[in-house]
Design a protein around this ligand. Structure first.
Ligand SMILES: [Zn+2]
Length: 385
């Protein structure tokens, strides 16, 4: 019951912040000095410090520049002045605005819904005030590309929505919900493939919760190599849903196998210097040069020295921790399987499942254990009772 109430509060928060709208800081990794905006679809009111500057349906290109602590607004013909805050508000619904960074120079992108631009420490702070489903559609394309199955997009949509709602207040102290970088979820505006939005709407409101009705940590990766991992083995935290599963769906997919060659002396000195591994002991050395994982191991272990494979992966920039090692001349060969941290869903495995006709429910229940897929709107309704 306690968890149920905490989920309700979480959802109430999500709704209280604004109904079905999220506030995404775009180009969050850049210091933006100047950008142009133009209406692509619908009619917009351009509102500066709470006064309507103009109404536009695509005839005007506005240039906004950060000057001192304000935002200067001008078009080719007119300098409108300097303001604290500039809002661009869609009047008809379904609106889209083209955004082109001028300084620094970046390719144009199209964003749905509204904008709020202000000056933050001498730079433009551009917030896309976007309907949750439009945001999810952008994330789905950014995270899964354009060549996929409809059912796979639905899986990604549910995971992206689950993440967004679980982290809706991540940047609250900075005045927005989420940033557009992988720190939160990659989001580059409106998807180029229009069909994505439709598939997102097919999953409207659906999120994944654990057995206590808490939104799950919706971890996913590229390819599990045939076996996913336990969260406690990768992150040190046990969960009821990130459990190791045998995943034959990932077998043979593009990121299933990898190989890396390394000089034997480099490998042994790495083990010795970084991990104090006893390379001078014959049996320990033999193990380091001939290491096998039939199922996932967590350590390379000899004489009570445990070398965490996740550290080896990180230090040597390997695609996964699921590798065998064998000797070849003066080198060792790492023959690995999978790509990524291997927690939760394997994207390539999920893609294969949907191609074989499995539903998004099947996919989510396969990669996440003891979960439920629920409608967040129904929970919001319960709170009124
Ligand atoms: Zn972020």
């Amino acid at each position: 019951m306690k968890q149920f109430i905490s989920l309700l509060f979480c959802l109430i928060n999500a709704f209280a912040f604004s109904q079905d709208v999220v506030y995404i800081k775009v180009f969050a990794h850049l210091k933006v000095n100047a950008a142009t905006f133009s209406v692509q679809k619908s009619t917009y009111n351009i509102i500066a410090d709470d006064k309507v500057l103009l109404k536009d349906n695509g005839t005007t290109i506005l240039k906004l520049t950060a000057i001192n602590d304000s935002v200067e607004v001008k078009s080719f013909e007119t300098v409108y002045g300097r303001f604290k805050n500039v809002k661009m508000v869609d009047q008809n619904g379904g609106g889209e605005l083209k955004l082109k960074l001028v300084n620094p120079d970046r390719k144009q992108r199209i964003y749905p819904d509204n904008y709020n631009v202000s000056n933050e420490l001498g730079n433009l702070k551009i917030i896309n005030e976007v309907k949750l489903d439009n945001y999810i559609a952008g994330v789905v394309e950014a995270e899964s590309g354009t060549a996929s199955t409809p059912e796979f997009y639905k899986v990604q949509a549910i995971l992206a929505r689950t993440f967004a709602l679980a982290h809706i207040n991540k940047h609250l102290p900075e005045g927005f919900s989420l940033c557009d970088q992988v720190h939160c979820q990659a989001y580059y505006g409106k998807p180029r493939f229009e069909g994505i939005t439709e598939m997102v709407l097919d999953t409207k409101g659906k999120v994944v919760v654990d057995e206590n009705l808490n939104l799950i940590v919706a971890a996913f990766h590229s390819n599990s190599g045939g076996q996913t991992a336990n969260s406690e083995d990768v992150w040190g935290t046990r969960t009821s849903y990130l459990k190791s599963v045998n995943d034959t769906f990932s077998t043979g997919m593009p990121n299933y196998k990898w190989e890396r060659k390394m000089l034997t002396e480099d490998w042994l000195s790495y083990l010795k210097l970084k991990h104090n591994y006893p390379v001078d002991e014959a049996s320990a050395k033999a193990l380091a040069l001939n290491f096998k994982q039939d199922t996932r191991k967590i350590y390379l272990e000899a004489s009570n020295v445990k070398v965490p494979l996740k550290n080896v992966r990180q230090d040597l920039q390997l695609k996964s921790t699921y590798f065998n090692i064998s000797k070849s001349g003066d080198s060792v060969i790492f023959e690995g399987k999978g790509y990524g941290h291997s927690l939760g869903m394997s994207q390539e495995g999920a893609m294969r499942m949907t191609k074989l006709g499995y539903s998004y429910t099947d996919v989510l229940n396969f990669y996440y254990r003891n979960i439920q897929i629920i409608d967040m709107r129904k929970l919001a309704f319960f709170r009124d009772e």
